[in-house]
Design a protein around this ligand. Structure first.
Ligand code: PEP
Ligand code: MG
Length: 567
């Protein structure tokens, strides 16, 4: 049993839950050498793979029927992993040459594949190792009769596991799966993404010690804090219960406020919109009263695919997102790969400085065969919805001009083909590079709107890799240098009648809302779950006080001083 009374991991999905531990080992079937002939082992393995394929296909179909397209996609990808001939070939070699039984061989073959994915050292591909383990675990359970999570969860519990797959989460009865704690897992693993979408509190990345927890030990899991309390004393339990009651009460109050306008106390309207990249997220955004989508990251729509979708498929995707928020503005960012963003459909060459290299709009402009169909699909989707097109990683006015020329070409093509398109499409620029903020005056003459990507603007301003934990002390969106660039951007935009949004993570931080309003920001875009908090912060703000707060923040010497000011 871990000695620490509180274990700390990554805050994967918010919420506080208290209950007994259920220690679950999804791949428990390894066992000893074969008690079956190679022929029998192969026949049983093939039958088990076929059965699992049928079961996953049924789950995928059920999710599609329930219009949960995003979740269904995950299981489509699982069928591809299961059908991957190299998985079966590895297992066959272990059975025939290694003398293993069917369950042991498929387990070992899956682990080899998972280890290879992890060894590539890419966060996205590492997260896919959990998907391989998920499908392999299902095959093993068919072969051994071992119980899956759904069958193990006979009573409400906090599930403890090395890793969990999406199929475990989707099939587990929601009322008994209080939350989960994982030894492995990352913030972009599918189990994490699903936990957030399904509202299941979770902490991941707790380390292997977690697996020494005894079955049934009392646990309290705080998903927002990323902590797991083991056998908490009565006073800690009382504190956590109190915190949970506070959260519930606050959420209830905020739910009641969903319909209230996002205006400051002195009547200044702030457009409150959502970062949403799937129809499901757009639906959640509507439930929390978003006035539209402020950032649709198209690369997330293409994450699970072996190839990039063509124009027709993209048109269907954008139309589906827009349909969840009828009549509302939907700001769609063109493909932003490179840096830390990788797509299986678009492998990138090795670069010494990927964040300063071939990424975002730079790729789109040099590969018009990728950007042009995307612009065509966006223009066509804009015939029936308020679609606004946004360019990522713009450094110069020349890049904006070249993108506009491509947009004009797309418009001419569609007109010649007699296809319906947006009458007057808006083309905006993300302000993520200090050069764009410093040259905002020139950009504002030609761009229809700005959206400040504070995640990248922070990393480029402070020359600090946003994903490098060794230097995360330096990564401070509230650094006065970043704030100064935000104010410059707003002033330049307003001189030309353009509006400015913030769509980086800072836009969803209620502690920074008044400051951003004071700096001149007109629109805040954040994850659906942050909408109620930001709405409350907007409604609590007051124009003159916000401006004064911003002036004082700009006079601070450091991010720490700004934070003190805000608290
Ligand atoms: C940003 O950089 O702030 C942003 C919103 O874009 P992304 O996080 O997708 O790079
Ligand atoms: Mg960015």
């Amino acid at each position: 049993m871990p000695t620490a009374q509180i274990m700390r991991g990554l805050a994967a999905a918010p919420g506080i839950v208290i209950g007994p531990a259920l220690v679950f080992n999804p791949v428990s079937a390894a066992g000893a050498a074969a008690a079956e002939s190679p022929e029998d082992a192969m026949a049983r393995l093939d039958a088990a793979i076929a059965e699992v394929d049928i079961a996953i296909a049924a789950l995928e179909e059920q999710l599609r029927a329930e219009e949960q397209a995003e979740e269904a996609e995950i299981f489509g990808a699982h069928r591809m992993l299961l059908g991957d001939p190299s998985l079966r070939e590895r297992a066959a070699a272990l059975i025939v040459e290694g003398g293993m039984g069917a369950a042991q061989a498929i387990g070992a073959a899956g682990e080899e594949q998972a280890a290879e994915l992890i060894a590539i050292g890419d966060e996205y591909l590492s997260a896919r190792a959990a998907d391989v383990r998920d499908v392999v675990g299902q095959v093993q359970r068919r072969l051994t009769g071992a119980k899956g999570l759904a069958e193990r969860l006979e009573a409400p519990a906090v599930v403890v596991a090395r890793d969990l797959g999406p199929s475990d989460l989707i099939s587990a009865p929601r009322e008994r799966l209080l939350g989960f704690a994982l030894a492995a897992g990352g913030l972009t693993a599918h189990s994490t993404i699903l936990a957030r979408a399904l509202g299941i509190p979770a902490v991941v990345g707790l380390g292997e010690d977690l697996l020494d927890l005894p079955e049934g030990v009392a646990l309290a899991l705080d998903g927002a804090a990323g902590s797991l309390h083991i056998d908490p004393p009565a006073e800690a339990l009382a504190r956590l219960r109190g915190a949970r009651a506070d959260i519930d009460a606050r959420m209830d109050a905020m739910r009641a406020d969903v319909g209230l306008p996002a205006v400051t106390r002195d009547g200044r309207a702030v457009a409150l919109v959502a970062n949403a990249s799937t129809p499901a997220e757009a639906l959640a955004a509507r439930a929390w009263g978003a006035a539209g989508v402020g950032l649709l990251r198209t690369e997330l729509l293409f994450l699970e695919r072996p190839d990039l979708p063509g124009e027709e498929e993209q048109l269907a995707l954008y139309t589906a997102v827009a349909a969840e928020l009828p009549g509302a503005p939907i700001t769609v960012r063109t493909l932003d790969v490179g840096g830390d963003k990788h797509l299986p459909a678009f492998p990138l060459p090795h670069e010494d400085n990927p964040f300063l290299g071939w990424r975002g709009l730079r790729i789109g402009l040099s590969q018009p065969e990728i950007l042009l169909p995307q612009l065509r699909a966006l223009l066509r989707a804009g015939a029936a919805a308020d679609i606004r097109i946004m360019l990522p990683m713009v450094s110069t006015v020349d890049e904006l001009r070249r993108a506009r020329a491509l947009l004009d070409r797309a418009r001419e093509q569609l007109a010649e083909e007699g296809l319906e398109q947006a009458a007057s499409p808006q083309l905006g620029v993300m302000i993520e590079v200090p050069a764009a903020a410093l040259n905002a005056e020139a950009l504002a003459r030609e761009a229809d709107f700005f959206s400040i990507g504070t995640n990248d603007l922070t990393q480029y301003t402070l020359a600090c890799d946003r994903g490098n934990s060794r230097i995360n002390e330096l990564y401070q969106p509230l650094d006065p240098a970043v704030l100064r660039l935000i104010r410059m951007t707003c002033e330049a935009a307003h001189r030309h009648g353009r509006h400015v949004a913030v769509c980086g993570e800072l836009g969803g931080d209620p502690a920074a809302t008044a400051l951003l309003i004071g700096l001149g920001v007109d629109e805040l875009s954040c994850g659906p779950n942050s909408l109620p908090l930001v709405r409350a912060a907007i409604r609590a703000a007051e124009g003159a006080a916000a401006t004064e707060l911003a002036d004082r923040a700009l006079a601070c010497a450091s991010a720490a001083e700004v934070r003190d000011l805000l608290s």
